[in-house]
Design a protein around this ligand. Structure first.
Ligand SMILES: [Zn+2]
Length: 330
């Protein structure tokens, strides 16, 4: 769930509510998400520790304490933080997907819950945290002053991949997830499958500006909504999750397309293809397709029904049922 704007909000709230608080009790739930890199008994070693700081680093959230210990959380797709006020925690049963809970000296409780168990909670010495996978080799933080035009353009020059893959490479840019990669490309009017090397100077300039503008706009919007930190606020997004609906700029149907191992949502009119091989979206009806696309992997719309879906299933004779299946057409 959490992407960078969500994590900025989580970081702000947790800094206000948790920093300086002492842990009076801690418990773990599903151990799948835990990676304990210290020899001490965890989570008992948290008890008595005061939270020194909570800071976002890329897509990780780092909790440091008044002792040589830190928690580094990569919430991945579904991990979320829940802050329960004093008096509420005791009444609310632990969810099945609880990873870790810390109760503080003011009665509040922080829970990390991960329904998909894809996230990780690393428990490490500060001297060892660099070895946490994906954490030690994070790229430039795109909200920091270090992320400037020369740095971005230099990164662009080194890339041979598709622009959406580049945006989501955490070792280059820390950190952009699926939703905001789509939003940034839409704002920059760049097709998600464009190759970085084919982007003209003004494309790269628009992309650089869009990264800052889209993320800061989302940070402000999420802050303005002031929802609890476990609530995902995404209804203001322009393209992500809106495939099949009209583009708010031009009215063209938003499409979903496979890029790498993820799906990208984009507007075929606002973000025109820059190279051949793309499906001609302009010729497709708003829902479903009547012609088979050149490359089925290019599109995520209902393909025409396969032959075996339109015909009633053929009953296999006992003899053919015993035969080894052969590739069709042989
Ligand atoms: Zn559009």
């Amino acid at each position: 769930m959490p992407e960078l704007p969500d994590l900025v909000r989580v970081e702000r709230v947790l800094r206000e509510r948790v920093v300086g608080r002492r842990v009076i009790a801690a418990r773990t739930g599903d151990p799948t998400v835990l990676r304990v890199m210290v020899p001490e008994d965890f989570p008992r070693n948290l008890v008595g520790a005061a939270v020194a700081n909570v800071e976002r680093r890329g897509h990780f959230m780092r909790f440091s304490f008044d002792r040589d210990l830190c928690l580094v959380v990569n919430a991945m797709l579904a991990g979320r933080y829940k802050l329960l006020p004093a008096g509420v925690a005791a009444r609310e049963k632990d969810p099945v997907a609880l990873g870790l809970a810390m109760a503080f000296d003011d009665g509040t409780e922080l829970r990390y819950v991960d329904d998909k168990r894809m996230g990780k909670v690393y428990v490490a010495r500060t001297t060892d945290e660099g070895s946490i996978p994906g954490y030690g080799d994070l790229g430039v933080d795109i909200l920091s002053n270090a992320f400037d035009r020369p740095r971005f353009f230099a990164l662009c020059r080194s890339r041979r991949d598709q622009v959406r893959m580049f945006l989501m490479d955490k070792r280059a840019l820390a950190s952009i997830g699926n939703a905001y990669a789509d939003e940034i490309l839409f704002a920059a009017r760049i097709h998600p499958k464009s190759f970085v090397r084919d982007l003209a100077g003004d494309d790269r300039e628009r992309l650089f500006v869009a990264i800052g503008r889209v993320l800061r706009g989302a940070i402000d919007e999420i802050q303005r909504r002031n929802q609890p930190i476990d609530v995902k606020v995404r209804d203001f997004l322009a393209v992500r999750g809106r495939d099949g609906q009209p583009c708010r700029v031009c009215g063209t149907t938003i499409r979903a397309v496979r890029v790498g191992d993820g799906d990208a949502c984009f507007c075929p009119n606002c973000q025109p293809a820059t190279r051949r091989l793309f499906v001609d979206w302009g010729r497709l009806p708003a829902s479903g397709i009547s012609v088979r696309p050149a490359s089925p992997s290019e599109v995520k719309v209902a393909p025409p029904p396969a032959a075996n879906e339109t015909k009633p299933p053929r009953r296999r004779s006992r003899r053919s049922a015993n035969r080894r299946p052969r590739p069709s057409g042989s």
